[in-house]
Design a protein. Structure first.
Length: 486
């Protein structure tokens, strides 16, 4: 592309002059034009609706091609200084997603008679890659009389950003998984504020959960009334205070009365103390850990980060379970063999940085079958874990580097800071869940957005929906000679 832009003024313009440009019609064009114009006609932006249409494809807004014609007139022929007076266009055929069109304008007549500014009529045509004319017509413009040559303006790069789009797809996946099934029964612990109540009710209305509110009845009902939330469809189990609410909810899970827990307006450690208590019955042989599911803008897929909420300074054995919990969740989300990056500050093993020693040990544990289902590598710095360019620049040869599905933080502080940096500096939307107990535990934050709360409930739904398949797989792998213990 030239560094300058110039016109053909009246003195240089003659009948038969022509100019053109070629453009491919992409999904970005669909969204940009809809955002700019406000035209949300489903024939243009809704692929499902378009499939029921005779064309069976998303089609371009008619004036997308009109805008391309204007581009040629204003930048090439006659070019800068041209003023649009009128246009007469006929739209002969639709432009489908993926089509390549060639836009041409040809000077058909020039009127430079005295008494008015000089003008020209240009014949305009738009032809697709099948040599079909999709648009044709005429444009009448005022022709510039002075030669104009200007440096081409630098325009900012346009990026379409849709925070949370992958988590919304996850919610839809969970809704499909529980279609025809009763929603997941979930104890909502100490929901004494509007945010906690609203998140649970939103998930219930989305068909994901059947909430049972557990906590001080008067405070819960007062908060619901103040927020205008109707709690009449949902059961409420009264307790004296938050500590009792946590213990009661855990006891309900042990008894099979609910199949998941959700944190309300109480401290995480208060709820988790009840969950991990030796007498509670929710503990398993696996260490309990937390996994964030991160929808980062600009990334093509969801990524998992662990552990940023439960294990403060996990030792090697705890990290083994933390990694295995994350791999199991990734497989529930459809990642058959997730790539796991064990994070540290550097990519080399050093006795001065204990996290690098743990990373190397975890990779060897995976080699020996102590961790299964994933592809591990580490130590990896964050940049080499998520960026192929960074990995290649540093000479890191690894099937995980630059393509990690799971990021394993060295400790809670590092993981928590990383999660919040992604959320508040990089527009990531984040859901989270606690794994390793007999039931999933949804840990919400007062600052969570509605999509994040729904997605966290969706994670619990998908985990519980996968339980029968996992039990069947475990039974099959045990074989007939070694039946599972009763």
């Amino acid at each position: 592309m030239s560094d300058s832009i110039e016109n053909r003024p009246l003195s240089e313009l003659k009948v038969g002059d022509s100019a053109s440009l070629t453009r491919n019609f992409t999904q970005d064009d669909v969204q940009i034009f809809a955002l700019m114009s406000g035209d949300m006609n489903p024939a243009h932006v809704d692929a499902e609706f378009a499939a029921s249409d005779p064309f069976h494809k998303v089609v371009a807004h008619g004036m997308w091609t009109g805008a391309l014609i204007s581009t040629v007139l204003g930048t090439r022929l006659p070019g800068p200084g041209t003023v649009y007076l009128s246009q007469n266009l006929q739209f002969r055929k639709p432009v489908f997603l993926g089509d390549t069109v060639r836009v041409s304008v040809t000077v058909a007549a020039i009127d430079s008679t005295a008494g008015h500014a000089p003008r020209a009529t240009l014949r305009c045509t738009v032809v697709n890659q099948r040599n079909e004319t999709v648009v044709e017509g005429d444009a009448l413009v005022l022709v510039p009389t002075d030669k104009i040559s200007r440096p081409r303006m630098h325009l900012p790069r346009l990026e379409l950003r849709d925070p949370g789009v992958k988590l919304r797809a996850l919610i839809a996946q969970a809704q499909a998984a529980c279609k025809g099934q009763p929603p997941l029964s979930m104890a909502v612990v100490h929901a004494v504020d509007a945010v906690s109540l609203g998140g649970a009710v939103d998930a219930a209305q989305a068909g994901l959960i059947a909430p049972v509110f557990v906590g001080p009845e008067a405070r819960i009902r007062a908060a619901a009334q103040a927020a205008g939330i109707d709690l009449s469809p949902y059961p409420l189990v009264a307790t004296e205070h938050s500590h009792a609410a946590a213990e009661t909810a855990v006891a309900m899970a042990c008894a099979g009365q609910v199949r998941a827990l959700m944190k309300g307006s109480l401290h995480t450690d208060e709820l988790m103390h009840a969950v991990v208590a030796a007498q509670s019955g929710l503990r398993t042989a696996r260490r309990i850990s937390h996994v964030f599911v991160i929808d980062a803008v600009g990334q093509s897929r969801l990524q998992l980060l662990t552990d940023a909420a439960v294990n403060v300074t996990p030792d090697l054995e705890a990290k083994r379970d933390i990694v295995q919990n994350a791999i199991d969740l990734a497989q529930v989300l459809g990642i058959a063999r997730p790539k796991v990056a064990i994070l540290a500050a550097v990519e080399t093993v050093s006795s001065r940085i204990p996290s690098t020693l743990d990373a190397a040990a975890l990779c060897k544990m995976a080699d020996r079958g102590q961790i299964s289902g994933g592809l591990l590598d580490g130590p990896l710095a964050f940049d080499t874990a998520v960026s192929l360019r960074a990995a290649q620049t540093k000479g890191i040869v690894s099937p995980v580097a630059g393509m990690a599905d799971i990021l394993v933080a060295p400790d809670l502080e590092a993981g928590n800071m990383l999660a919040k940096q992604l959320e508040y500096l990089a527009e990531a939307t984040i859901a989270g869940i606690v794994l390793g107990a007999r039931v999933p535990v949804v840990l919400t934050s007062r600052a969570d957005l509605p999509d994040a709360r729904l997605a966290s409930c969706a994670l619990a739904v998908l985990c519980m929906a996968a339980v029968p398949a996992r039990l069947a797989s475990a039974s099959a792998s045990a074989g007939t000679d070694n039946p599972p213990p009763r």
